[in-house]
Design a protein around this ligand. Structure first.
Ligand SMILES: Nc1ncnc2c1ncn2[C@@H]1O[C@H](COP(=O)(O)OP(=O)(O)O)[C@@H](O)[C@H]1O
Ligand SMILES: O=C(CO)[C@@H](O)[C@@H](O)COP(=O)(O)O
Length: 554
């Protein structure tokens, strides 16, 4: 039988990439990355020069179509695969990355003069300027005993849909009123590809506070936040919500012309980037925690029971793999913290040495840091450079580094930052375990595990567990392609379920990272100190981070 292929398109923070995959084997035949022409918009609004406030992060919706326009033809060209052999497409996206649309489905930032107001643009997942709204939602939901709150670890993140939309209502009521609806970028791109106005159970569940049986938070609750917000769910989040694995529709003529694919190609319901990675590392059963490590880290776990505990950013039935409760937790910055250090803080001599040795600054620092023993630098950091998404759920928390002296070296700071993110992950694992959700095995995927071996050894040592690594550098796109194959269905040469797709298409590497006993011991001691710092700054012992932030905002 002739080979069949699927395409997965992974929409990350800085770029989007397409991956063309052999459906029978999971072989990754061709890949292409399109950096977003406008990148992350966090300083000035395009076309206006208007300065954005602290904690804002926007994107340009046309960049998403640019990824389809450039990367899909390129994977077809590079692979030589003819379009009719591509039977399904799936996409995955960062989330909650949301936008207001007009009645024709056009983002308001592309309509008339709305572009001059930053609230008309796409709010990227890491837009952190809705913390006040998140605080209000959490306080009101707590007071009213709203049941949904427990499914989100007792606190909604400021990154999620409700706080972001409420911020628009508060600061730009005209845009809120003008918006016919709000949509996750994942669902919007699917609508552009197929013409189908459908939402994904994954984006709706984790980010939109939707529940399979209870639906969205009630009108009464929404009205308790602001009378004008009463109809938010029924009007502005309206539309059918389809489960993962379902077909959203078929590629329309316009998108077929744009991408070079055949009209009528099956298109899967949109997925979230981290969630798509789970079946792509072969995880389709409970107890296996997947660390999706990139700009941020998401921690994903399947279970056959629903429990509510601090540290769980969301639990959604069928939210990752049908038939299980899917749990998500996360750290809002991981790779982004290392990027901050490399871009903003290393001395010129480090860059010079790296250049002379013909390696990148990350690699140079990693090599040096690998020569140190745990604890040797006397440094300890908190991993809150972009707030805390689990277990404290507070984007007003900031970074800390303790123990610096005149002898402190750049590689020591780099290592302390790697370690801080590992401690943050251990805290999340303990939160799952303490909450009664079993974690038996660890799997790592995303951009970081294959780029930084020291990082993975530190994670094994800090958690005291073996870590298996995905065999793909494009795990999210592979997962998206798997859902594309499921949308196409077994009759077209695809699969009936993502579990079936995973049997043939998912892979992990032979090599794993195993904890080293001596390191584990030192890290146990350091972790105790981390927990003390964490609780001191994060649980009200000293609110200095919030006071400083308030001063900064003026
Ligand atoms: N060698 C490295 N060591 C540690 N971090 C790295 C290294 N190379 C790149 N990074 C970080 O990895 C992150 C990108 O991860 P990736 O998974 O590719 O992207 P995304 O999360 O947007 O999908 C960036 O924050 C970057 O700074
Ligand atoms: O929040 C989620 C998933 O729930 C992510 O989309 C978000 O952390 C961004 O992920 P990346 O770090 O860009 O891979």
């Amino acid at each position: 039988m002739e080979k069949r292929y699927a395409i997965g398109v992974d929409y990350g923070t800085e770029s989007g990439r397409a991956l063309l995959v052999d459906i029978a084997t999971g072989e990754e035949v061709a890949t292409h990355v399109t950096p977003y022409p406008h990148g992350v918009i966090d300083e000035t609004l395009p076309g206006t020069g208007r300065k954005l406030e602290h904690d804002w992060a926007l994107q340009h919706p046309e960049d998403y179509l640019e990824v389809l326009r450039r990367s899909i033809p390129e994977v077809l060209r590079a692979s030589g695969v003819s379009p009719e052999r591509v039977i399904g497409i799936g996409i995955d996206f960062t989330a909650c990355t949301m936008m207001p649309l007009d009645a024709a489905g056009t983002p308001l930032c592309l309509v008339g003069n709305w572009k001059d107001n930053p609230h008309s643009w796409v709010k990227l997942w890491k837009h952190h300027a809705a913390q006040e709204e998140a605080n209000l939602i959490n306080a009101k939901a707590g007071e009213r005993g709203e049941l949904f709150l427990a499914r989100y670890g007792g606190r909604l993140s400021s990154e999620w849909m409700l706080p972001k939309a409420l911020q628009i209502l508060n600061e730009a009521p005209d845009i809120y009123a003008e918006a016919d609806c709000f949509m996750e970028a994942a669902d919007w791109v699917i609508m552009q590809m197929t013409g189908s106005f459908v939402r994904s159970s994954c984006t709706a569940g984790y980010k939109g506070t939707w529940h399979k049986r209870d639906g969205f938070p009630s009108d009464a609750f929404l009205a308790s936040l602001d009378e004008r917000f009463k109809d938010f769910a029924t009007e502005k989040l309206r539309g059918p919500i389809l489960p993962l694995g379902a077909k959203a529709g078929e590629l329309n003529e316009q998108m077929a012309a744009l991408t070079g694919l055949e009209p009528g190609t099956a298109v899967a319901v949109g997925n979230v980037d981290a969630h798509a990675m789970v079946p792509a590392v072969g995880v389709v059963t409970p107890g296996k925690l997947v660390l999706a490590m990139g700009t941020s880290t998401c921690h994903l776990l399947l279970s056959d029971k629903e429990v509510h505990a601090e540290g769980i950013a969301g639990v959604v039935e069928d939210g990752i793999v049908a038939g299980y409760y899917g749990y998500e937790a996360g750290q809002s910055a991981v790779g982004d913290i290392f990027a901050w250090y490399v871009n903003e803080s290393v001395p010129a001599y480090v860059q010079q040495h790296a250049k002379e040795e013909g390696i990148g600054v990350h690699e140079w620092l990693e090599r040096r840091a690998a020569q140190q023993k745990p604890g040797e630098s006397g440094l300890l950091a908190l991993d809150w450079w972009n707030g805390n998404r689990s277990v404290l759920m507070d984007s007003d928390l900031t970074g800390v580094m303790v123990g610096m002296t005149l002898q402190t070296k750049p590689e020591e700071i780099y290592r302390a930052l790697l370690e801080a993110t590992a401690f943050g992950t251990r805290k999340i694992i303990e939160a799952f375990q303490d909450g009664g959700v079993q974690v038996d095995e660890l799997y790592a995927c995303g951009g970081l595990p294959q780029r930084n071996r020291l990082l993975m050894q530190i994670y094994a040592d800090v958690t005291g567990r073996e870590i298996r690594i995905a065999d793909s550098t494009q795990t999210a796109a592979l997962g998206a392609a798997m859902f594309g194959a499921v949308a196409a269905g077994v009759e077209a040469g695809g699969y009936d379920s993502v579990a079936d797709a995973a049997k043939n298409m998912a892979r992990v590497r032979e090599e794993s990272f195993k904890p080293m006993a001596k390191n584990v011991e030192t890290y146990n001691a350091l972790y105790e100190e981390y927990v003390k710092l964490h609780d001191y700054f994060g649980r009200g012992g000293n609110d200095i981070m919030k006071r400083l932030k308030a001063l900064k905002s003026g």
